[in-house]
Ligand binder design. Structure first.
Ligand SMILES: [Zn+2]
Length: 267
């Protein structure tokens, strides 16, 4: 569930609080969420946190030696001095007495310790263009090599990183494109609308603290507000804010997709 704006807000809420701190203890409560579970505690203990970065939907905690790569998937949360409960799977203690926990109700999230080379290799393979940094031409060229529904390609993290189901629906509505519209039929005007809306909507959502649909909160427990600005996501059966007709839903690669049959007509 957390997409680029939510992940970015987790990072922003934590970076000042934990950078520079030394890790003195690592408690792995649920080994299944850790990739290199056997050596993990030993690898992470005594390291100093340098900073936090984001690539797509990944959180990278840069250590003085190596990196923690974290994917929150559906319900993962990184919480600074947060409530320890039955959903707490990892606890990282700092020398100043503060701590960071990883909570995850559904336990789909993953955490790994990677050295710099391993991290680069992994990101290169799994994470595509960064929306805030991509040039129009590289976006256009990458997308136009793809077949299939535009929404499927927006969700492909190896193409453009960070867009999930919420923002894909919002971006397509803003661009007047049906989620099942064939990618190779996109016109130049569609591509430039998409490019601008991807950047604009992710930016606005980030500034609003992300979207809290069920239980998303950032690293200090604050919820997002961008859900109030959603025009289509979760609004199936309601009136389109633009034309007043009833929003419909369909499935694209197994994901519920809400759209306006008039504003997003397949041409
Ligand atoms: Zn409409």
């Amino acid at each position: 569930m957390p997409e680029l704006p939510e992940v970015e807000n987790v990072i922003r809420s934590l970076v000042k609080k934990i950078s520079g701190n030394r890790i003195i203890d690592v408690e792995v409560i649920t080994p299944n969420i850790i990739y290199n579970r056997l050596e993990f505690s030993d690898l992470v203990k005594d390291k100093i946190i340098i900073t936090l970065e984001r690539r797509g939907k990944y959180i990278i905690i840069k250590l003085n030696e190596g990196n923690l790569l974290i994917h929150l998937r559906m319900t993962g949360k990184l919480l600074y001095n947060g409530e320890i409960n039955k959903h707490t799977h990892l606890k990282i203690d700092f020398i100043d007495g503060d701590y960071l926990i990883y909570n995850d109700v559904r336990k789909f999230g993953r955490i790994s310790y990677l050295n710099d080379e391993e991290l680069e290799f992994y990101l290169l393979k799994k994470v595509g263009l960064e929306p805030g940094l991509m040039e129009y031409n590289e976006f256009r060229d990458k997308l136009m090599k793809k077949n299939g529904p535009i929404k499927k390609n927006l969700l492909d993290q190896t193409l453009i990183a960070g867009i999930g189901n919420i923002y894909a629906d919002e971006i397509l509505f803003a661009s007047g494109l049906h989620p099942l519209y064939e990618t190779k039929n996109l016109l130049e005007i569609d591509l430039s609308n998409l490019y601008n809306n991807i950047r604009d909507i992710l930016d606005k959502a980030t500034i609003a603290g992300g979207s809290t649909i069920r239980d998303y909160v950032n690293g200090d427990g604050t919820a997002g507000e961008y859900q109030d600005a959603h025009k289509v996501y979760g609004h199936s059966g309601k009136e389109c804010t633009c034309c007043g007709c009833i929003l419909e839903k369909t499935k694209v690669v197994g994901r519920t997709s809400v759209y306006c049959p008039i504003c997003q007509r397949i041409r």
